[in-house]
Each structure stands twice: as C-alpha cells, then as structure tokens.
Design a protein around this ligand. Structure first.
Ligand code: NAP
Length: 533
C-alpha cells in the first residue's frame, strides 16, 4: 500500500538515492530554542531525513504563533508538530488549552502533520470543532512504556485510534522480549489485508524492539524515526538516520526482503550488520541483516518461523542451545557441539545449523604461523605437533579445540568452570586446566595460546586472562575478542615477543563462509576486509 505518497512530501532528504519503499525517515528534533531547532532541521535534511518531528515540549521558551510561523517557514522538509505532555512521556506540564491552541495554530499555519495523544484526542476534536485544513494529517498516538499488549488488544487499540479521527494511526509499545515485536508486525500486515485505508506508524521501543524500526518498510509502515546523533533519542531504541540509511539500507527494503541477523546477548557491539548489509547491497541481493537481542532462543525460532526470516549468525551465549533446536546439523558442528550459523530452508522452514568459527579461526592462526595469507594447509598444517592452549570451553572454545586437534596439535583447555574444560578435553582428547593454573603452565616453549572467552572485550578492556609474564612461553597468541581489535592480551603478548592474530581475522574468515551459505553467492572478500579493518 502506497501510504506515504499522501504525505505531502516537500522534497526527499538526499534526493538521488535509490528507494524501493515509501516509508519515511522522520528525525525527532529536541532543542532548547527555536533557532537551534532550525539549525537541526537543515542537519536532518543533509543526513537524509524525509520529515522532521518538532518537539515543542522540549523548547525552554515558546512564543506561540511567531515561533510556529518561523519553524514552518524555515523548514526545508515536511513537518510534524508534537507537544507531548508529561503524562504521555513528554516534557510539557502546562494546561491543555494552551497545548491544544499551539497544535491548532500549527495546523492553520501549514504544518504537514500534528500528533495528538489518543487520551486527549476526543477533547482536542471538540476544541478544533472539525476545523482542520485538508493538507494537515492528524496522527493520533498511543505510547505504552511498560510492555506490548496481546495481538487482540493491539487490534482494539488501532480501532480506537482510528475511531478517534486519526488520519494516521501511531502506537509505540515496549519490548520486554524480541518476540513481542512480531505482534506489531502482524497488526501492520493485517491492517493492509483488511484494507484499513489508514497509514500506520508502529514502533516497539527498547533494544529488543530495534527490528520494528528497521523492518517497518517490509510491513508497510508509514514512517520510522532516525536520530541525528547516537543517543539523542526521543524514545528508547531509536537508531540514527545514518544507521538506517547507510548500515541497514532502509531505502532498499521491500515486502520481499529476506531477513538475516545475529542472535546474541549482548549483541549491539556486533559489526556483522555493517559487513553483511554492505555486501548484500554491493551484490544487489534483496536481504537485510539486523541485530537480534534474544533472551530465549527456542521462543525466538518458534515465533519468527516464517521463511522470510532466512538465516542467523549465532553468538554468545546461544551457540549450544541453537544446535539443539536445529532440524539438521552439519557433522563438524555436531562434533564441536555448537553452531554459529543457522539457515532456514526456504522449501519447508527446516533449520540447518553449521559452524564456520572453526574454519575462520584455524586458518587465521595457520596464516599467522606461516607469516602469509593463504588458506589452510590440510595435512601440512603448521599446527601439527604444537601445544595449543585454548582458554574457554564455550562455542568458540570448542571450535578452536576441535580445529586444532584436527590439524594434529596437542590440545590443552583452561576454563573458568573447570568441569566444562574437563568435558571438552575428554571429547577432543586433550588436557584440562583451571584458569588459575594457566600462569605457571609452560611444559614446553613455542606454544600457541587462543583466548576464546569474552575477557578483555569492551567495555572491560583492561582485563586479560593470562599474566603478562606467562606469555613469554608462547610463539603465537590469538584472541577471539575483536572489540577492541588489539586487546590487552594481544598487546602484552606482542611485548613479550609473540606473534599475534586478532579476532578480526577470525571474524572475517567465519563471515565469508556464512555469507556464501546465506546468499549462495561468493563472498566479496576484499569488501569484507575493507569494512572491518
Ligand atoms: P560462549 O559459548 O558463551 O562461551 C563463553 C566462554 O567464556 C565460556 O568458556 C565461559 O566460561 C567464558 N567466560 C565468559 N565470561 C568469563 C569471565 N568473566 N571470566 C572467565 N571466563 C569467562 O561464547 P562464545 O560464543 O564461545 O564466544 C566467546 C568469545 O569469543 C566472545 O568474546 C565472542 O565475541 C568471541 N568470538 C569471536 C569470534 C570472531 O569471529 N572473532 C567468533 C566467535 C566468538 P564458563 O564456562 O565458566 O562460563
């Protein structure tokens, strides 16, 4: 449904970009003074916004008609005026008459949209007595900062908003779990099917609701909010315009776009969306790759069971749970006991799991030992006969231990939970240590060390799993952590004379393989390297 063509768009933000949907990007503008808002309007246009939301409730001084006239006159984009009261999550704490008067003035003076809360809509309608300029669209909005109601309750809410005289329905709820968002998608799709001739803005607030903001063009949403700067949000979880346009390729999303993503907790640090979306765009592949902050993996797979949700990278702490949920698992992943990639078969929706961490990490370490950049060497691996110490016994730890063993190394596993180290050592035929024993462990020189725990990862960058002194016994030290690229462990290893291999190299290696499985296309290797390095 071509909602946005009705919106009276003055001009598109960046003008020349290709777009496959009509969903607008709206920049919420919050500032102390009208002059500051005017500056922000121009920034919004430069950044690629289609429309600006002027938050009158954030102005420290507000001079009615003169200010509204100026705001409309100077705005290079279509406008949406919002004067949000405290009782709906805004800043305005004055009387309703003054608030309604400002919104009525905005309508009369040429605003393209105004926003009125559902709770106040009836009163506002009485206040304006049906005098509404044709040009101005009234958004009737409802905000729920506690949760996301049932599909039935959301359906009733949309009906109430529509009955309150909305030209555009808006509701924002809060995601307690990522699966809450599906109900909002269902409402959007359902509204189109029943031919509800009314545009919908539907957002789910919070990090767990992020996909509602990115995927809304797929489900016909009228607009999505994008901020000018990170963190300068008008509601929790808003991405920046730059992220929407340049990382998630929002303009290229349509109803057929296949959804991929990284399932983890935490997950916001992941660079995978940047990598895959750039590659999808370069190849003309109709897909989008998003962060998926998942608490409960079984519930996630059960809820997002449509084949539109086509493939997933799996990260901390879900790699083992995900394996158990797959209908079919690649034998290597089964042996490792963890999957980092799950593909939903388009024909029957079956989940196929595999592990690309193993190839990514081992080939990066082999390259490091050989001092070159060719692929794994099979029988002639430089790992053969080496003592290979793996710190960690989770998904990445298992992949590294399994891979090193296959290459003929003697494997030692050290883990915080000793029992897990012992279990893994038994499976791969190696030795187990506690983390405390690692400092004094040096049965031979020229050993290889691989950290596969999150120790040293942002924000705790000052942490390291091994005392610096102990690093003198290692020929090569690898760290799976890739934020930051050079961890304290790697910095100290280099100072002690070891070669180092970063998690970035593993990350690129495992991503090549996943990309090819997701798309059936060869991975653009140079592009991946350029983006990550
Ligand atoms: P996982 O399955 O959850 O395993 C986590 C491991 O880290 C477990 O052995 C855990 O020990 C240990 N651990 C966690 N916090 C610890 C702490 N504070 N002190 C000591 N040990 C701790 O996670 P994963 O998927 O294997 O990922 C592990 C790390 O590798 C993450 O930093 C991830 O970002 C990184 N990684 C990087 C790449 C890449 O491409 N560069 C790929 C995969 C993973 P317990 O058993 O005692 O809980």
């Amino acid at each position: 449904m071509n909602f946005a063509v009705e919106s009276g768009v003055k001009s598109m933000g960046s003008g020349v970009e290709m777009r496959k949907n009509q969903t607008l990007i709206c920049a919420p503008l919050m500032a102390d003074s009208v002059d500051q808002v005017v500056v922000l309007m121009h920034t919004a246009k430069l950044k690629g916004a289609d429309i600006v939301e002027i938050r009158l409730d954030h102005l420290k001084s507000f001079n009615g008609r003169a200010d509204i006239e100026k705001l409309i006159r100077e705005c290079p984009l279509p406008t949406l005026f919002t004067y949000r009261p405290i009782w709906e999550g805004g800043q305005y704490d004055g009387d309703e008459n003054s608030r309604f008067n400002a919104l009525r003035l905005a309508m009369e003076l040429g605003a393209d949209h105004i926003d009125i809360e559902l709770k106040a809509a009836h009163e506002f309608n009485n206040f304006i007595r049906g005098n509404k300029p044709e040009k101005c669209k009234v958004i009737v909005s409802s905000h729920n900062y506690d949760n996301t109601p049932s599909a039935e309750d959301l359906g009733n809410l949309v009906a109430r908003i529509q009955a309150a005289g909305a030209d555009i329905v808006k509701f924002a709820t809060t995601a307690l779990d990522i699966t809450d968002v599906v109900r909002v998608f269902q409402i959007m799709v359902h509204s189109q099917y029943i031919n509800l001739q009314i545009p919908i803005i539907a957002m789910v607030m919070g990090e767990r609701g992020l996909i509602s903001r990115i995927l809304c063009p797929k489900f016909g949403g009228y607009l999505t909010f994008g901020t000018l700067e990170p963190g300068k949000v008008s509601a929790p979880g808003q991405p920046t315009i730059d992220e929407l346009v340049n990382i998630f390729n929002l303009r290229l999303i349509d109803t057929d776009t296949r959804v991929f993503g990284i399932i983890g907790k935490p997950v916001s640090h992941s660079k995978s969306p940047k990598l895959y979306n750039a590659a999808f765009k370069a190849a003309g592949f109709n897909g989008v790759y998003v962060h998926l902050l998942v608490d409960d993996v079984p519930k996630f797979f059960e809820t997002y069971s449509s084949t539109d949700f086509s493939g997933f990278s799996i990260t901390i702490p879900h790699k083992e749970v995900a394996l158990a949920l797959c209908d079919e698992v690649d034998p290597t992943a089964k042996a490792i006991g963890a999957v980092n990639c799950v593909i939903r078969r388009p024909t029957d929706g079956h989940l196929f799991g595999c592990n690309t961490d193993y190839i990514g990490a081992i080939s990066a370490i082999e390259d490091g030992l050989l001092g070159s950049h060719h692929g794994p060497t099979g029988a002639g691996s430089p790992l053969a006969g080496k003592l290979f110490v793996v710190i960690g016994a989770g998904g990445a730890g298992k992949a590294l231990a399994y891979g090193a063993k296959r290459k003929g190394a003697k494997v030692v596993i050290a883990n915080r939970t000793y029992d897990r180290a012992r279990e893994l050592a038994e499976i791969v035929g190696g030795q187990a240590l506690s983390l405390a024993e690692l400092g004094d462990f040096h049965p031979e020189s020229g050993m290889i060390l691989a950290n596969t725990t999150s120790i040293g990862m942002q924000p705790k960058v000052e942490e390291t799993p091994v005392p610096k002194e102990a690093l003198r016994h290692y020929k090569l030290v690898f760290d799976a952590v890739y934020t930051p690229k050079i961890t304290r462990l790697l910095r100290e290893a280099e100072e002690m004379g070891a070669k180092i291999v970063t998690g970035v190299e593993m990350f690129i290696g495992q991503a090549y393989e996943q990309y090819e499985r997701f798309t059936g296309l060869p991975a653009p290797k140079q592009l991946f390297k350029d983006i990550v390095n």
